[in-house]
Write a protein that binds this ligand. Structure first.
Ligand SMILES: *[C@@H]1O[C@H](CO)[C@@H](O)[C@H](O)[C@H]1NC(C)=O
Length: 181
């Protein structure tokens, strides 16, 4: 489909005073995207005593529930079959350990699941249905990620002969949907 979903990137800086040449107040939350509510949510978490990981998770989760930019969270960027799937990754800057999910299906809080992968498993990345099963075992709710908007995006794409798409050689777009010819 046309739009790629975005991975939100939060960088949490806790610099020692020796490294800092300005009088900037620290700690600091940096967000690579102009999603203010998410940045503020991360900041509030830090200010109320949360860890850097808590702040990154809260900030990203804010965007997942606000569907920032239409490309984060449920109801965004449907795939060829019209399903929205989610990716998320979180890194612990102290240990450099990573937890991530790819192609996560029917679970809204992808960053929360990535955090559980980081903290409860020795895996780095869980994907697809396995990621969903893991999320369910951690108590996340299995629910439809489609919305009116994502259904409309998908049907507009179908109506436009499935253009653009990610195939190198596309014999005919509707061969993607053999049962509907
Ligand atoms: C940001 O938060 C405010 C206050 O809760 C809300 O009114 C606004 O819609 C949010 N912005 C976005 C982009 O969701």
């Amino acid at each position: 489909m046309a739009r790629k979903s975005r991975l939100l990137l939060f960088v949490q800086l806790l610099l020692g005073p020796a490294l800092v040449r300005c009088s900037c107040p620290l700690p600091l939350v940096l967000n690579t995207w102009p999603f203010k509510n998410a940045t503020e949510a991360a900041w509030r978490t830090l200010a109320s005593g949360g860890s850097a990981l808590d702040a990154v998770e809260t900030g990203c989760a804010q965007c997942e529930s606000e569907q920032c930019d239409g490309t984060v969270g449920f109801g965004g960027s449907p795939d060829e079959l019209g399903e929205t799937t989610l990716d998320a990754m979180i890194m612990d800057g102290t240990t450099m350990n990573v937890g991530a999910v790819g192609d996560l299906r029917r679970i809204k809080n992808a960053i929360g699941v990535a955090r559980r992968v980081l903290e409860h498993t020795t895996h780095t990345l869980l994907a697809g249905e396995s990621a969903t099963k893991f999320a369910e075992s951690m108590g996340f709710v299995n629910e439809d990620l489609s919305t009116e908007a994502s259904r409309a995006l998908h049907s507009d794409w179908r109506a436009g002969n499935c253009q653009p798409n990610y195939w190198r050689v596309c014999v005919h777009p509707f061969t993607l949907f053999p049962n509907e010819r």
